[in-house]
Write a protein that binds this ligand. Sequence first.
Ligand SMILES: *Cc1c(COP(=O)(O)O)cnc(C)c1O
Length: 384
Amino acid sequence: MNDRRRQHSLVTHDQHDDRHYGAVHVPVYDSSLFTFPSVAKMEKAEADGGYVYTRGNNPTVHELERKLAMLEGGERARCFATGMGAVSAALLSIVRTGDHIVCVNQAYGPARKLMGNYMRRFGVEADFVDGSDLTAIEAAIGLKTKLLYLESPSSLLFELQDLRACAELARRHGIRTLIDNTWATPYYQNPLNLGIDLVVHSLTKYVGGHSDAMGGVVIGSAERIGEFDRNELILLGSVMQPQTAALISRGLRTLPLRMERHQIGGKAVAEYLESLPFVERVRYPGLPSHPQHELAKVQMTGFGGLLSFEAGLDKEKLVRFIEWLTYFRIGFSWGGYESLVSIQERSADPHNHSVPVVRLYVGLEEPEDLISDLDEAFRAAGFN
Ligand SMILES: *Cc1c(COP(=O)(O)O)cnc(C)c1O
């Protein structure tokens, strides 16, 4: 059977369990602790990773973890309170004082700050490289390097890394690989199958899908997940609440449906933008004009609704355009039902000028309505 169709069927059903009286949705176990009829039973639960205390294990959170591991093709998953909770726990489980990280320079801002800035106080160094250049990645790897941190595609400029080649390279140098797979979701890209060691997602975005919950997950082999299970998860304590796990589990059921719809809208908006004479550049890995479109087709099975474009250096004019929009609301983040727009800047080498980049998130509205909205706002802002 087609893998994506199988995924859809898998996320539809919770694991049937007699304890839940046949409930089709695992109930919310909003209990902070679990009690036992004997000390021996409690000790056994502790030893087996059973349900003892919700900071460690909880049935509602566990059901979400089981599904996410299955969808990514990993053995185990652990959920966190936010995407950054997952990123920081995964990083701290891998590096020690004196270690070095090689990270792609388009990685999510706070993750970059954590590695390049904050972790320095613990004697961990990081270098940031062009992720589309394998030679640059290899050149940055030194004797102290422990980790190659990837994000493909990145979430403003949508640059890709060749994941199979990166995994191969890291294995040759004996270092770990970790990828932030938030943009593609487990529905459109499965990096573990390409040889990457650990996958991180912000569940706040597409997986939750309704802009009403925050979460993160780390997925990998049982051995890799076990490394931080008893340390970074329990000791730093940034764990997911059972109520949140229930919300995100509900979102997950429609992930395949929503992604297909976001892709239809994303592609329509990207093609519309590309047809406009005053738009200089549209960045969307699903467009044949994307410089890494061929690689995108090899390692992803589809593309969602997040894209960006450039239309000149006049930021004020772009701000007028953005403020005219009605369906696209001004805001960061993405992955919910509602379309969003934000303006950011990229530095343009070699003169280090900054170029305004408009990021659009195509939600679940009718693509035709979204395109009319854009068209009207461009005209109102004086673009044509
Ligand atoms: C939002 C985001 C994160 C962080 O997730 P939070 O849930 O906000 O902590 C990490 N990576 C990417 C690509 C994101 O978009």
